[in-house]
Write a protein that binds this ligand. Structure first.
Ligand code: SAM
Ligand code: SF4
Length: 329
């Protein structure tokens, strides 16, 4: 389905939990957040109903996120449940990687198509400083295992000025020997992200051009997102930029977001959402077909409410007051 600006909406991010085993300081307060009570979180069967309605409207690709999706028991099975929905093309996952080695076989059995792993630094001390935990070896093991199993891997890094702004070098080098794309995501002024200064994609690209003069735009297809890719000669993977703040990528926005509490969000930076849990749990519908139609109307409503562009450049206009861990990124 197209939104009111003619953009085809084919992708949904589904947050399945607001819990996380890490405390990345730009995403989750050190003391944690007030967690949603269990009964407020959509059950997997309820999530599947929303995905079915969305798939009937042309949403083809689904990304499972969180919080940390792998802390919720049954995450691999949810992948399989969504994959079975007619019209679904890809189900992918974004994770901090800590539990990846443990669950990867099950995820693959259930048809996972690709994984994004968040990794801001390869320096153990800095990793602990940013995430609150000394678990970099486990994350690296997860990445290694996913690559061994030939799963498509993307590494996502958010750089922070004055904390690890030089890490672009070692992170980019990851793409040299292994076929993983390394992507630099600009810090977004959502929740705690407002407190940290990010590094623009443009700056990282300039640095890369200086170090690797042969770097060139990579026009091959890399997935559903707004990332722009480059190739460095001799590298197995590509380097991507998600310039959320400085880049004007809203023209190609293709997504809506479902929070763990059952809200459909038209845009990351606005608090407005369509309450889908109310429909999923409402006993008023005579049958499944009637409920499905109502869910489709809710998805249509969320898509039609998509604004033309985000307002990250004018922070006072941001109405999303929650932390990223509660939204799903
Ligand atoms: N726990 C999983 C993970 O870390 O991949 C999934 C959820 S996390 C909220 C999804 C992504 O959002 C991560 O790559 C994280 O780095 C990113 N993120 C969190 N807060 C952000 C912010 N303020 N600006 C940009 N990206 C952010
Ligand atoms: Fe957890 Fe992911 Fe947020 Fe880090 S970025 S605190 S791993 S949800």
């Amino acid at each position: 389905m197209r939104d009111s600006f003619g953009r085809e909406i084919s992708y949904m991010r589904i947050s399945i939990t607001d819990r996380c085993n890490l405390r990345c300081h730009y995403c989750m307060p050190q003391k944690g957040i007030e967690l949603a009570p269990a009964e407020e979180i959509l059950a997997f069967e309820e999530i599947v109903l929303v995905c079915q309605a969305a798939a009937e409207l042309g949403v083809r690709d689904f990304k499972i996120t969180g919080g940390e999706p792998l802390v919720r028991p049954g995450c691999p099975e949810l992948v399989g449940m969504i994959k079975k929905i007619p019209g679904v093309r890809q189900v992918t996952l974004t994770t901090n990687g800590f539990f990846l080695e443990r669950y990867l076989d099950k995820l693959l059995e259930n048809g996972l198509d690709a994984v994004n792993i968040s990794l801001d630094t390869l320096n153990e001390k800095l990793y602990q400083q940013i995430t609150g935990f000394d678990v970099l070896p486990a994350v690296k093991a997860g990445i290694g295992y996913a690559l061994k199993k030939r799963l498509k891997v993307k590494i996502n890094s958010v750089l922070q000025r004055g904390i690890h702004d030089r890490e672009w070098m070692s992170l980019a080098e990851l793409a040299k020997d292994v076929p993983a794309d390394v992507r630099f995501i600009e810090m977004m002024p959502i929740g705690l992200g407002k407190k940290y200064q990010g590094v623009s994609g443009e700056e990282v690209l300039l640095n890369l051009k200086e170090k690797y003069p042969g770097i060139k735009p990579d026009e091959t297809f890399h997935g559903n997102g707004p990332a722009v890719y480059y190739r460095i000669p001799g590298f197995s993977g590509s380097i991507g930029f998600i310039s959320a703040v400085h880049g004007q990528f809203c023209g190609s926005c293709n997504r809506i977001r479902l929070t763990a509490k059952g809200e459909l969000k038209p845009c990351l930076c606005y608090g407005s959402s369509v309450d889908i849990k109310e429909i999923v749990r409402n006993p008023v519908y005579a049958n499944g077909e009637e409920k499905r139609e109502e869910l489709k109307n809710a998805v249509r409503e969320a898509i039609s409410r998509k604004p033309e562009r985000h307002c990250f450049a004018t922070e006072e206009q941001i109405t999303e007051g929650r932390q990223m861990v509660q939204i799903g990124g």
